[in-house]
Write a protein that binds this ligand. Structure first.
Ligand SMILES: C[S@@+](CC[C@H](N)C(=O)[O-])C[C@H]1O[C@@H](n2cnc3c(N)ncnc32)[C@H](O)[C@@H]1O
Length: 224
């Protein structure tokens, strides 16, 4: 598949705090997986065979941390392009001694295309992808037909894709993609949103939206 030239993010790194920078220096070697355009052996990077959850665009990883704590039986692959968030996540993983989270600091499109073996994922989470609300920026949205095509090959046959957004226009766009896609289906039924999963952590990002009275739209999808 052709590599997308329009990115779903803007590198706005700014300065890392001392704590973020020292986390990256000290803990990356323990929990980080360097990007390279070759398929990963997921069993060997986690040192065990266990269900794999791909958490895309984790920010500072609040949701990943909570899920990984509650489900030590799962392995979590957290993807994020923004390093300050990863510094915070690394500090948290280390302080909680979690051994079921690994992190990749790279564009998820390349990771899906090159690193994730087909049928290897039990779940994919995309919680609050950047909404890019202006019409001229919609082309930057992470969720489009290309990523759907990639994800459908990566989920295992009983795999689940969970998405949440607080942008109605984005939710409508995702709904349309699901209506056109015969291979990933909306488990709530055509044109329906799913109830909020009880296990989904309210992150700072979601909390800010709720304070602004934003409604949140959840999708739970599976393979047809
Ligand atoms: C709005 S934040 C949401 C963070 C978190 N999921 C939450 O619910 O709080 C979206 C995140 O996705 C990341 N992101 C956007 N495009 C990405 C891409 N192509 N690959 C990896 N991360 C990406 C951004 O850097 C940002 O941190």
């Amino acid at each position: 598949m052709a590599r997308r030239s329009i990115k779903s993010y803007v590198k706005r790194e700014g300065r890392l705090t001392k704590s973020q920078s020292s986390a990256l220096d000290n803990y990356w070697v323990k929990y980080g997986v360097n990007y390279s355009p070759t398929a990963l052996n997921l069993e060997s990077i986690f040192g065990r065979r266990a269900p794999i959850i791909l958490d895309i665009g984790v920010g500072a990883g609040e949701s990943t941390i909570n899920h990984a704590l509650i489900h030590p039986e799962n392995n979590y692959l957290a993807i994020e392009v923004h390093r300050p968030g990863l510094g915070r996540l690394l500090n948290k993983i280390e302080s909680l001694s979690l051994n079921n989270i690994k992190i990749i600091n790279h564009d998820v499109i390349d990771i899906l295309e090159k690193q994730i073996p087909n049928r290897s994922l039990n779940q994919i989470f995309i919680f609050f992808p950047d909404p890019w609300p202006k019409k001229k920026h919609h082309k930057r949205r992470l969720i489009n037909s290309d990523i759907f095509m990639l994800m459908k090959d990566k989920l295992n046959l009983h795999g689940r894709l969970h998405i949440a957004t607080d942008c109605l226009n984005y939710a409508e766009h995702i709904n349309e993609l699901l209506n056109c896609n015969l291979e990933i289906i909306n488990l709530a039924g055509k044109d329906n949103f799913s109830p909020r999963p009880v296990w989904r952590t309210e992150t700072r990002y979601e909390h800010r939206g709720i304070k602004l009275s934003n409604k949140v739209y959840d999708f739970c999808c599976g393979l047809s």
